[in-house]
Design a protein around this ligand. Sequence first.
Ligand code: CAA
Length: 281
Amino acid sequence: MIRTVGVVGLGAMGAGIAQLAIEAGFDTVGHEVDAVRGEAAGDRISHFLTRKVEKGQLDQEARDAAVGRLALTTELADLAGCDIVVEAVFEELGVKHALFRALEAIVGPETILATNTSALSVTEIASVLERPERAVGMHFFNPAPLMPLVEIVRAERTSEAVHDAAYAFGGQLGKMPIRCSDTPGFVVNRVLIPLLNDCVRVLDEAGVTPEALDAGMRHGAGWPMGPCELLDLVGADVHVHASEALYEKLREPRMAPPPRLVRMLQAGKLGRKTGEGFYSY
Ligand code: CAA
C-alpha cells in the first residue's frame, strides 16, 4: 500500500506530480538538487493551491493541510521511507541510471521506482536496478495537475503487482490511468510528437502565422490549445529532445524535429520558460 510518495526533480512536471500527491492526501517528499530550486517549486505549488481556494475549488483548510504534507529536501536519503518514488529529472539516460542506482541503495525492497520519462525506454532506465521488476513508467502530461491522463508503462521486467499498484496509484491521484507497453513514445507521444512536427512544418510550407495555425487547429480540429501555444507550454527543448529520441528509435522522418524548431532551440527561444517561443510572454 502506498502511503508516502517521493518525487525527484521538481521542475514543471515533478512539481505538478508532487502537487497531485499532496492534494490526494499522501505525505510527499520532494527532492531538488539545491534548496533554491526546491523552494521555488514549493512556492509554485502553494500558488496554484491558493488559486484553487480563490476560485472556490478547494477550501482553505484542505489547502493548508495539503501544503503541510509536502517536505522539501536536497538529500536523497530523505526518500528512504517512501513507498513509491517518481522521478522527473532531466531526460538523459545516464542521469536516470545514476539516480535509480542511488535510490535503490536507499529505499526499501518493496519500494516502487517510477519514471515520468516521455521518450526514453523504461526497460533501459530500469536495466541498472538489482530488482528491475520494481520499475514502472508513470507518464504524466503537462500541466500534470490539469491533464487527466497518466500512462502506466510496463517495462520488460516490470512485475504484474507493480504495474497494478502504479495503475491504482494513478487513480488515487485523481488521474485517468491507461496501461501500455514500453514502446517508443508509448501511446500519446507516438501520435502527438509527429503531429506537432507536422504542424511546425506547415507553418513554412503554407506560409501561415502561428496565430493562424493555432486558430485553425482550435476551431477546425477542436484542439483545446493551438499547436504553437502547446509547444511554447511544453518547451522547444523538451519537444526537440523527445523528437530526437523517437526518431532515433523509429527512423520515421516525421519524428525528426523540424529545422525551424531546432533553430528556436539554438536561439534559446524555448517558449514560456524563457519568455519567448512562437509567442512572447
Ligand atoms: N498546476 C496547477 N494549476 C495550474 C497549473 C499547474 N501547473 N497551470 C495552470 N494552472 C491553473 C491556473 O491556476 C489557471 O487558473 P488561473 O489562470 O485562474 O490562475 C487554471 O489552471 C486554468 O487555466 P486556464 O484557464 O488556462 O485553463 P484552460 O481551461 O484553458 O485549460 C489546459 C488549460 C488544461 C492546459 C488546456 O488548455 C489543455 O488541455 N491544453 C492542452 C495541453 C496538452 O495537450 N498537454 C499535453 C502536452 S504533451 C505532454 O505533456 C507530453 C510530453 O511528454 C511532453
